[in-house]
Structures are given as C-alpha cells and as structure tokens.
Design a protein around this ligand. Structure first.
Ligand SMILES: Cc1cc2nc3c(=O)[nH]c(=O)nc-3n(C[C@H](O)[C@H](O)[C@H](O)COP(=O)(O)O)c2cc1C
Length: 350
C-alpha cells in the first residue's frame, strides 16, 4: 500500500491540515467526517452564508494589545473558540477522545466531550488540562442518564448540553453509498454507546425540565435553530442556547446557523448565553459569529482534521493558527477585545 504523503511540521495553514487529514485517513472515515445529510444543502449553506458576510475595516485604533480571552457560563477561556462534540473519534485517531483532550489541553481550548464518546468520561477528563464540558445524548432512559450525569459531575465537567436535533439519525448518503456503517466501525472504541438510541424520538420540553432539576451543572440545549424554541428554553431556565444544525449532518435544507443566530440572540435577550457552530473554519469566520452575538464559536471538522492529521499536536496547531488569524483580523478591523465585536462590524456583501 502506498504510504500517505508526508507534510512538513509544523503545518503551515489550516487548509494544509485538512489536506494532511484527507491524505492520512481511510476513505470511509474521511467521508463520515466531511459529509452531511442527503444532498448536503445545509452543509454548504452554513459555509456560503458565512462567506457572504463582510467585516468592516476600521483603522487608526491602537491595536498593540489584543485580548482574546472571554468566558462561558462563568468559566474563563483564553480564547472565544471551543471544540464541538464529535462522536466516532476512534475512526480518526486510535486514542480518539482522549487524544482530543490532550490536544485541547496543549491549546488551552475548551473541549466539549461527545455523549457518544468512545472512552469513559473519567479517562477523557484525566487527559484534559483545558476546561471541559459534556454533550449529552439521551441514549437511554432517565435512570441511565441520571447515572451518567453523576459520573460527568464527579469528573469535573463544567456544563452539560443536551443535543436535541437527533430525533432521527439522518441519511448520511456518502456512508450509505459506501455500504459502510459508522456505528459498527466505531465499536472498536472501549466505551459502550448508550443502550437505547431511539429514546431521543420521544424527548419533549418535559425532559428538559427534568434535566435541569436532575443535574447540578448548568444545562444547555444544542441544536436550537428557531426563535420560538430559543425563547421557550430561556424562559424555563436553560443557561446555554447552542445554535446549530449539527454541521449540516441532520435536517437537510434547513437554515444556516449564522442566519439563524441574530434573531435568537435578540429573543434570548441576555437570559442565557448563546453559542454557535456550523461551517466555521477560519479566524475571520469566528469574528463574524462573535459579532453577531455568539459568546463562543465551536468548531467541529476544523478541529477534527487536526486530530486526523497529527493527533494532539495537530489539534494544538489548528488552534494556534486560529488564534493568530483572530489576532490579526481583530487588529485589522480595529477591535482589541472580544466585547468590542458587535453587530455593526458585519454587513452583507454579496
Ligand atoms: C464526525 C462528527 C461527529 C459528530 N458527533 C456529534 C456528537 O456526537 N454529538 C453532537 O452533538 N454533535 C456531533 N457532531 C456535530 C458537531 O458537534 C457540530 O455541531 C458540527 O460539527 C459543527 O459544524 P462544523 O463541523 O462545520 O464546524 C458531529 C460532527 C462531526 C463532524
């Protein structure tokens, strides 16, 4: 078998890291990570709608000191980006979630651990030095979730976000066409997945109420895309509204997350913190999300390619480049701290 092409270290750019991951990963894993659902319209729309926004170029501001630090749910963060939860990381690196935690630690970057983690939550917590939060899949009944949450709390995760956009697993047609089952392939990881996937189909607001009462951690909802749902969540005490369409992997032909964001931020009106993901792959894109009102921008595939290209070092390099990009872009648009990134910075260009 031909050896994958080697890339010089450190990687030079984010697209180079993506290319290195593509060269190294088995084709099925690449397609599982890179792909979306059905026609992939949502996947493309996320990126297209980010690209059509422009950043106002304010000049003649002293930008020698630029501060990227912020916080999420009271947890201090050295930069306004985090790693979105991703299941199946064993397909991208033999030590999957644990290796991702090492990379997040090196990069001092918030890591959301997937509820479909391939490793026990305790092992991932031990491997991570940066802040960690937990994404919950209701892959079992309330008894199962309650037990899992006790372990999550005891391991030091700082928040829990229930993913609510997976009532059904979508048709990921790249995998279907290859007659390849990601679920089967990821069984090589040590942590068993939850016993009852279809439980998610029955979730309602009553389960959110139950979750808020059951855990000591601040509760978020991941996969909120409408004003009505965001308002209802904020009213019932949800602390984190995560605007997301699962990176174009669930409902095809839905809105882009960057377009869903501004009215949600308005409706929530400071009652909860709002974060976003979907198509963010460079520093300027992160600035657009923050300027439109997200507290933090989460990155899925961009971090995943770091893991696939070079494990923890690859992940750390992704966030090093991103920070440099954010730093430069902030200087060039005349803003020196995250709180200065306001909607007036962004306009529709084409
Ligand atoms: C390989 C992969 C696995 C994912 N697994 C999960 C998961 O276990 N739980 C979840 O809530 N979201 C999951 N997501 C969605 C991400 O959390 C995030 O919403 C999405 O990747 C953001 O879009 P981006 O990849 O364009 O940054 C996954 C995404 C990818 C690419």
């Amino acid at each position: 078998m031909a050896q994958p092409k080697e890339f010089p270290r450190p990687f030079a750019t984010l697209p180079e890291i993506r290319r290195a991951a593509h060269a190294r990963l088995p084709r099925e894993a690449w397609n599982f990570g890179d792909g979306g659902s059905e026609s992939e319209a949502t996947l493309r729309r996320n990126r297209r709608h980010l690209n059509r926004l422009a950043i106002a170029q304010n000049v003649l501001v002293d930008v020698r000191e630029i501060d990227l630090s912020t916080s999420l749910l009271g947890v201090p963060l050295s930069s306004p980006v985090g790693i979105a939860p991703m299941g199946g990381l064993v397909l991208f690196h033999p030590e999957g979630d644990v290796e991702m935690a090492r990379g997040a630690g090196k990069a001092d970057t918030l890591q959301w651990l997937s509820g479909a983690t391939g490793w026990p939550v305790e092992d991932v917590a031990k491997a991570g030095k940066a802040p960690q939060m937990f994404q919950l899949y209701h892959h079992g009944d309330r008894g199962w979730v309650g037990e899992l949450l006790k372990r999550v709390e005891a391991s030091g995760y700082k928040a829990v976000a229930l993913t609510v956009d997976t009532q059904h697993y979508s048709r990921r047609e790249r995998d279907i066409l290859a007659r390849w089952s990601p679920r089967k392939a990821m069984e090589i990881a040590p942590n068993p997945r939850g016993p009852f996937h279809d439980y998610q189909m029955r979730l309602t607001w009553a389960d959110v109420e139950w979750l808020i009462k059951t855990t000591k951690l601040p509760v978020g909802l991941k996969g909120i895309m409408t004003v009505a749902d965001a308002r209802r969540a904020a009213e019932m005490g949800v602390r984190l509204i995560w605007v997301s369409n699962h990176g174009g992997r669930q409902l095809d032909h839905t809105q882009s997350s960057i377009e869903a964001l501004p009215p949600i931020v308005d409706a929530v009106a400071g009652r909860a913190e709002v974060v976003i993901d979907g198509g963010f792959s460079k520093g300027t894109a992160v600035l657009k999300g923050l300027a439109r009102g997200a507290k933090v921008v989460m990155l899925g595939r961009t971090a995943l390619w770091g893991l696939g290209a070079d494990g923890a070092d690859g992940v750390a390099r992704v966030f090093e480049i991103l920070r440099e990009q954010m730093h430069i872009a902030m200087g060039l648009c005349g803003r020196t701290k995250i709180a200065d990134l306001k909607p007036d910075l962004i306009f529709r260009a084409d």
